[in-house]
Design a binder for this molecule. Structure first.
Ligand code: HEM
Ligand SMILES: *[C@@H]1O[C@H](CO)[C@@H](O)[C@H](O)[C@H]1NC(C)=O
Ligand SMILES: *[C@@H]1O[C@H](CO)[C@@H](O)[C@H](O)[C@H]1NC(C)=O
Ligand SMILES: *[C@@H]1O[C@H](CO)[C@@H](O)[C@H](O)[C@H]1NC(C)=O
Ligand SMILES: *[C@@H]1O[C@H](CO)[C@@H](O)[C@H](O)[C@H]1NC(C)=O
Ligand SMILES: *[C@@H]1O[C@H](CO)[C@@H](O)[C@H](O)[C@H]1NC(C)=O
Length: 327
């Protein structure tokens, strides 16, 4: 009896030590409350001021936050200018580029208030949230304390960021690699309810799906005809932009899922949500539910995304300029 108790005690002790050893700083709500009390307000004010005149900026900002988190964790690496000429963020035409300048401006305001305190990764996470909320979309919690990474790797970005031509198996794997499940995939894809795409991101579906000059049979043929006639007039059109949720791209609503369920999702990756029993059923459930439910579920998934492999404590650095690592 005594022996058993003793060994139990030792086991508990070991567990405690293991737990303490693996504990490292975590994100927390209001991380800058003491070190830069006005930071979050400065960001929110700037976003609210500018989104009114440029509501379409919410889309590139939330997309940038997603790309940031999927490569080396949410560490602001997406914001770094590559030294190579093939820099991902510099590659035109790139719709996302619209957001970089915005983040740089927010950063300089925050730096003026508290130099070297607030990370670019947090500024991006907060700006994405605030800009979506400012357009009447969902609101989610953004615990802060992320530190900035010092490496931006184009090759990693290419392999970890989902592509529009990926099928459900590949999408599931890429999300799983980030600790996200099929439900997160469905909800986060819902961000395609806002924003635009270049024809080149999907024109193979219209003109040359399998290399035989054919069309993707999983795309509604009526819709495909429309796109070919009025939008993407040939497979190489790299300038025309198309709304991903036509007629409703300014509102963060359920109509993206409606498009998907009608086989009018723009990308194969959107259409893919119908190719798995779990994701298909989630699409149906979302469409049957309320917008409040969608917002609440979306918030849970994007909060999860915002925590992917974050650097905290003394890891990484607080960049002075978001486009460059500190020298
Ligand atoms: C599931 C895998 C995903 C794929 C394959 C994908 C792919 C794409 C592509 C190809 C574009 C058009 C880019 C262009 O033509 O320049 C786009 C736009 C966009 N994506 Fe995704 N995406 C995915 C998930 C997400 C997630 C998780 C979010 C955010 C939570 C997101 C938010 C957006 C937004 C807002 C736009 C519009 C950007 C703008 O208007 O500037 N996407 N996506
Ligand atoms: C635009 O930049 C984003 C973010 O760095 C990148 O993921 C995407 O592939 C680029 N798109 C194009 C068309 O170059
Ligand atoms: C960094 O990248 C941004 C966005 O692509 C670009 O506007 C800016 O000129 C670049 N800065 C430098 C110093 O190369
Ligand atoms: C767009 O397409 C034109 C004609 O095919 C080509 O000359 C140009 O380099 C392309 N631009 C980009 C940025 O890919
Ligand atoms: C999905 O795409 C991957 C990579 O291209 C391929 O290996 C796999 O067979 C595809 N899966 C399905 C179900 O089509
Ligand atoms: C379609 O793709 C095939 C294989 O990549 C290519 O040989 C052919 O020229 C393409 N056709 C058109 C119309 O682009």
């Amino acid at each position: 009896m005594k022996m058993r108790n003793q060994s139990h005690c030792i086991k508990v002790l070991i567990l405690c030590i293991l737990a303490a050893g693996s504990t490292h700083a975590q994100l927390q709500l209001g991380f800058y409350t003491k070190s830069c009390p006005k930071a979050e307000q400065i960001i929110a004010n700037f976003v609210h001021e500018h989104i009114r005149n440029a509501p379409s900026l919410a889309a590139p900002l939330i997309r940038m936050h997603f790309h940031d988190c999927f490569v080396r964790g949410c560490d602001g690496s997406v914001l770094l200018n590559s030294t190579s000429k093939q820099a991902e963020k510099d590659a035109p035409p790139n719709l996302t580029v619209r957001g970089f300048d915005f983040i740089d401006r927010v950063k300089s305001l925050v730096e003026a208030e508290c130099p070297g305190v607030v990370s670019c990764a947090d500024i991006l996470a907060l700006s994405a949230r605030d800009s979506v909320a400012a357009t009447g979309g969902p609101y989610w919690k953004v615990p802060t304390g992320r530190r900035d990474g010092v490496i931006s790797n184009l090759v990693e970005a290419r392999s970890q960021i989902p592509a529009p031509f990926h099928n459900i198996t590949v999408l599931q794997k890429l999300f799983q690699d980030q600790g996200l499940d099929l439900k997160d995939l469905v909800l986060l894809s819902g961000a395609h309810t806002i924003g635009i795409s270049l024809c080149t991101s999907f024109s193979n579906r219209l003109y040359n799906f399998t290399g035989k000059g054919d069309q993707d049979p999983s795309l509604d043929s009526e819709y495909a005809k429309n796109l070919k006639t009025f939008k993407c007039k040939n497979i190489n059109d790299n300038t025309t932009i198309v709304e991903m949720d036509p007629g409703s791209r300014k509102t963060f609503d359920l109509s993206y899922y409606n498009q998907v369920s009608k086989r009018r999702g723009l990308f194969e990756s959107d259409a893919a949500l119908l190719n798995n029993a779990v994701t298909k059923s989630l699409v149906t459930q979302l469409l049957q539910g309320s917008i409040e439910n969608f917002y609440a579920e979306f918030a849970k998934s994007i909060e999860k995304m915002g925590k992917i492999k974050v650097k905290t404590g003394s890891e990484g650095e607080i960049r002075k300029q978001c486009a460059f690592v500190n020298s």
